[in-house]
Ligand binder design. Structure first.
Ligand code: MIC
Ligand code: SF4
Length: 643
């Protein structure tokens, strides 16, 4: 029986477990990446592990999220990450060099390799045939130390692409179509593997747009084959030697299949406030818009910038619209400056931002009150833009640029010709903003620079025999890590300071939660389906841990967040009967008796609701390793215990 591409890469990297779907497997990790918003914690955790030098083939620390620097905090974090990277064998991509995923794709990713990153959009690397996955900071720290990365052996979904995209329909519309069909939880436990004739017509940046936003499906990752197009891209990056052809066997067996005829797709948009709330641009109609943002790790390639410039050339942004554009990397920025594209964007009235995440994570450019903003980004969760009552739509660069001119939501197919994109034979290659690590000899004398904002991370205690606690918060379905631990210009500078950032935990849902949780001392949170979707931020586990949260009881969890809870010793419990969710209320007092023995030896977990006077069953499916972590009070304790 033939293998899928996913299985081939897993087979070449498996170091623990068997390739049996649904069971836990450990993978050797070839490359890691971190960004600054999750990186400080990851490096503090790496330091706590006591490993001198990373054991991966390539580890890169990027600065791209917290670049606003409205106080000393961000710059202090940058210095810390730069110095810790230098000391421990990690390459350091300086602020200004671009968004981690875009730069990694251009300069470091290699087909057939495994990559984990402390950022949920790490699957961007799947655009060149890597098995690239988002992970918690602690998992990345362990992988840098040479430890395996554990996932559930995924199901593999064949996304069979036929036909060819029409002009004005783009890669963003492909992934929006997948999201429309499968929803934000449709990819949980699965890898999306793209195959079929249609693959050939997609460039590497287009493939990367699709694998990047596959994160919004909740998928383990997404991957494209490495083919002639990949070779041409790597050649143009001066990295021909990194090319390896990779594809599924012709007789590979998939768990599920989805057919998409590219020729039939139309311009789409994800409507507020979820990436799977997809409608056609035509269906949405000509609503008035206030802002357009083009960029982010999803759509900030040279190809995207040139398309946008073609649309804006010789025109002016509509007087009622603010247009912001952030090229994804220094390479893209440099290239558009040299070939005149930048000049076209400026002349049209675009507000050019630095190569960084920027508005995508609410670092500036928050829309006006009740503003309608069209963004080429990947997430439109409530409040993420920094304006709680804004309406954010996720669209292609074509739809964004055409609408920026008309001032209303506009189907780009009305805008005339779109010339085919021709990739340059050679991109501008200048890695002068990537600082190599110190040599083994020099490393001991490198001083790690810590600012006053960097506080130690909380470490849990071993699991108690029984838990008794109040439900301090009850939330609904699809709660994102942006709800649990919001970001934005005000809160992001506190990513290295858990006591301070905890003050904002869950404030999008309930401003009184942090105070209530602290007063209660210990807490249980109740949630619906797909709890913890979205960002990989470990802070969505660390802040609740700091506030005394002992367990989350919900209908189901998103992958990375569930692992972050286990890594930090917070119990991830799921209702056996979903109807019990309706019976438990905020304020109820719950008892989970003998939980330590049950985690250790197995058995039914019964939760007693003392307030309501009834009991219900929950489950906690853990691997042997997961049990060890829960009992020890998290991964660091578990590792310290010699595991
Ligand atoms: C995001 O897009 O939500 C982020 C910000 O990049 C996060 C990481 C973080 O919260 O620091 C992610 O995607 O994991
Ligand atoms: Fe940055 Fe946005 Fe990409 Fe996250 S999704 S890495 S915030 S650009």
């Amino acid at each position: 029986m033939g293998l899928t591409l996913t299985e081939k890469i897993i087979k070449a990297h498996i170091v623990d477990g068997e390739m049996v779907k649904g069971t836990e497997i450990g993978l050797k990790i070839d490359q890691t990446l971190t960004q600054d918003a999750t990186g400080t914690m990851a490096y503090l955790q790496f330091e706590a592990m006591g490993v001198d030098r990373v054991k991966t083939e390539r580890s890169v620390a990027y600065i791209d999220h917290n670049t606003l620097q409205s106080g000393f905090e961000n710059a202090d974090d940058h210095r810390f990450i730069g110095s810790v990277a230098k000391k421990h064998g990690i390459w350091f991509s300086r602020p200004g060099n671009g968004i981690c995923h875009q730069v990694h794709l251009e300069r470091f990713g290699k087909p057939g390799k495994t990559l984990i990153g402390s950022d949920s959009h790490t699957p961007t690397g799947g655009g060149i045939g890597m098995l690239a996955m988002g992970a918690g900071g602690l998992d990345v720290a362990v992988a840098m130390g040479g430890g395996a990365y554990y996932i559930t052996m995924p199901k593999v979904v064949k996304i069979n692409l036929t036909g060819k995209l029409n002009d004005w329909v783009s890669a963003k519309d492909v992934i929006l179509e997948v999201l429309r069909r499968l929803s934000v939880k449709g990819g949980v436990g699965k890898v999306m593997e793209y195959t079929g004739e249609g693959v050939k017509s997609l460039s590497v940046p287009e493939r990367a747009t699709i694998t990047n936003m596959g994160a919004e499906l909740g998928a383990t990752t997404s991957i494209f084959p490495s083919d002639e197009t990949t070779l041409q891209f790597l050649k143009a990056q001066g990295r021909e030697e990194d090319y390896v052809p990779m594809s599924a066997d012709p007789d590979a067996v998939y768990d599920e299949e989805v057919d998409i005829n590219l020729s039939e797709l139309v311009p789409l948009a994800a409507c507020p406030h979820s990436p799977d709330n997809v409608k056609s641009v035509e269906e949405i109609g000509k609503i008035k818009i206030d802002q357009v943002c083009i960029g982010s790790c999803t759509n900030s390639s040279l190809q995207d910038m040139r398309k946008v410039a073609h649309i804006l050339k010789g025109k002016t942004v509509h007087p009622d619209v603010s247009l912001a554009i952030a090229p994804g990397s220094k390479q893209v920025f440099n290239q558009i400056a040299e070939d005149g594209t930048l000049s076209i964007l400026i002349a049209a009235g675009a507000r050019i931002l630095e190569s960084a995440c920027g508005p995508c994570i609410g670092m500036g450019q928050s829309p006006n009150s009740k503003g309608v903003s069209l963004r080429t980004f990947n997430r439109n969760f409530l409040g993420r833009s920094g304006t709680k009552d804004a309406e954010i739509y996720l669209v292609s660069p074509e739809t964004a640029a055409v609408s920026a001119l008309t001032g209303v939501f506009t189907d780009p197919r009305t805008a005339g010709d779109m010339p085919a994109y021709v990739m340059p034979e050679k991109f501008i290659i200048n890695d002068n903003m990537v600082v190599p690590p110190a040599s083994v000899e020099e490393a001991p004398s490198v001083e790690v620079l810590r600012g006053p904002n960097i506080k130690p991370f909380p470490v849990n205690k071993p699991l108690a025999e029984s838990i008794e606690s109040g439900v301090t918060l009850k939330v609904g379905d699809n709660i994102t890590t942006d709800h649990i631990m919001p970001a934005g210009a005000k809160i992001l500078p506190l990513r290295s300071n858990i006591p301070a950032i905890s003050e904002y935990c869950f404030t999008v849902c309930d401003e009184t939660f942090p105070k209530r949780a602290k007063e209660a001392g210990t807490s249980i949170i109740v949630g619906g389906v797909n709890y913890g979707q979205g960002s990989s931020r470990e802070h969505a586990a660390l802040a609740p841990l700091y506030l005394g949260v002992k367990a989350i009881i919900c209908k189901s969890f998103a992958r990375i967040h569930r692992q972050n809870l286990i890594n930090n010793g917070i119990l991830p419990l799921e209702f056996v009967n979903e109807a019990d969710y309706d019976k438990v209320e905020q304020g109820d007092r719950l008892v989970i008796a003998n939980i330590r023995s049950i985690v250790e030896n197995g058995g039914q977990i019964i939760v007693e609701d003392k307030t309501k006077g009834f009991s219900f069953e929950v489950k906690c499916e853990l691997s042997e390793r997961g049990k060890g972590m829960m009992l020890a009070g998290g991964l660091l304790n578990y590792t310290k215990n010699g595991k």
